[in-house]
Design a protein around this ligand. Structure first.
Ligand code: PLP
Length: 402
């Protein structure tokens, strides 16, 4: 008989382990560069004022807490899908585009992967090396027999290994699923150019590969909502059928409300109703139906022109802060004469910088300088501020000279 004691012993996953260690560290100089949450100059967590305003409206409008449908609030999934794909009025009506509300972006990845495995008989999934920590696990836990990383980062040059990427996906078996970061690639901050996206689309068409986009940072890479959705809209214009996970955690500074959407894009709407039923079943058997508050808040902002404009403008100042910190951090490292080139810090986009440190360098930073980063050497840009930036630059210089 199997006993609980027989279950293989595993270590805590990377982020959680580092985060716990950070909280247990009593040093007054400790610096948290771990989780991708947007920090203010004083180190505190930022909450968009428009979110607070919309939340109050939602609370006032709420007269009961009835269950939602398993696939969520249609107004929310429609306005979220519109943010991703532009004008979808006709497609929504004819059923070629629909959305499924999810528990954050991670939940959208999970229900999408489960659908592909269970109902499309997909067995092979490709995702970038490196990638958001859970991608491989999500696919394998959902029954994919082969989860394979395609080359993405050239660690030597701190740039995209585009040749490697193309070679790997060109060798993918037909009907493999390919996970693509739509923008603000986590953890490298390196995105494909439009020309490169066109090439990837060509290969994927030829190999009949199924795109599964992950969009967690729309607008946070370029500062422009439309520009950051370019790749997805291009694939759409090229006639692909695909899935896209959407996360609203970062874009709305609402991490614990778990707001997400899975966008399903089809060539024909003839079996849309039945596809929705399949998603309903996946969701009913997992958590019955999604929560209300966060999705209603995002819906309120996306559907009210005044709130939407306010969101866009404060959101732009968040992106401005990211760009300014990147410049200051590069300058601080160059002034320290820290070994290596640091242009990648201002070349990369979005919330993360990939320092590309070895595990022992990451350990050294933690033990000798109380600076906490995840193992691949990724840092949350907004964890830096005018008070700690020079301390961190000095510590990095010291670490690289050991
Ligand atoms: N996808 C990527 C690339 C991410 O970086 C994240 C979160 O960090 C997610 C998905 C998950 O988003 P959420 O927190 O909404 O589940």
């Amino acid at each position: 008989m199997v006993q609980f004691n027989d279950v293989p012993v595993v270590k805590q996953n990377g982020y959680i382990e580092v985060y716990t260690a950070f909280h247990n560290d009593i040093s007054p100089v400790k610096v948290d560069l771990v989780f991708g949450t947007f920090r203010k100059e004083d180190g505190g967590l930022y909450l968009l004022p428009v979110v607070k305003k919309a939340e109050n409206m939602v609370v006032n409008d709420t007269s009961n807490h009835d269950y939602l449908s398993p696939i969520g609030i249609e107004g929310f999934t429609k306005s979220a899908s519109k943010l991703l794909l532009g004008d979808i009025e006709k497609q929504w009506k004819d059923g070629t585009i629909f959305g499924v509300q999810s528990i954050g972006g991670a939940g959208a990845l999970k229900i999408g992967a489960e659908f592909l495995s269970r109902h499309m008989n997909c067995t092979t999934a490709y995702y970038p090396d490196p990638s958001y920590e859970i991608h491989g696990t999500v696919f394998s836990f959902c029954g994919f027999q082969n989860t394979i990383q395609y080359r993405y980062l050239s660690r030597e040059n701190k740039s995209i290994d585009f040749e490697g990427l193309c070679e790997d996906i060109s060798n993918a078996p037909f009907h493999s699923v390919v996970l693509l970061h739509a923008c603000g690639h986590n953890p490298t901050g390196l995105d494909l150019t439009k020309e490169q996206w066109r090439t990837v689309a060509e290969i994927m068409k030829e190999r009949k590969l199924i795109p599964f986009f992950d969009m967690a940072y729309q607008g946070m890479a370029s500062g422009d909502i439309e520009e950051d959705a370019w790749a997805i809209r291009y694939f759409y214009s090229e006639g692909f059928e695909f899935l896209s996970a959407q996360s609203f955690s970062k874009m709305f500074t609402m991490y614990n409300e778990r707001v997400g959407n899975l966008v399903v894009v089809l060539k024909s709407g003839y079996n849309t109703h039945s596809l929705k039923v399949h998603f309903e079943r996946i969701i009913s058997s997992s958590y019955s139906n999604p929560p209300n508050h966060g999705a209603r808040t995002v819906f309120k902002i996306l559907s009210n022109p005044e709130l939407y404009d306010e969101w866009l403008s404060s959101f732009k100042s968040m992106v401005y802060r990211i760009i300014e910190i990147r410049k200051a951090f590069r300058k601080a490292l160059e002034e320290e004469s820290a070994p290596g080139k640091w242009n990648h810090i201002t070349d990369q986009k979005g919330m993360f910088i990939l320092l590309g440190f070895t595990d022992s360098q990451v350990e050294y930073l933690r033990h000798f300088h109380h600076i906490y980063i995840v193992n691949c050497g990724r840092i949350n840009v907004t964890g830096l501020n005018t008070k700690n930036i020079s301390y961190v630059a000095k510590a990095i210089n010291d670490t690289l000279r050991k």
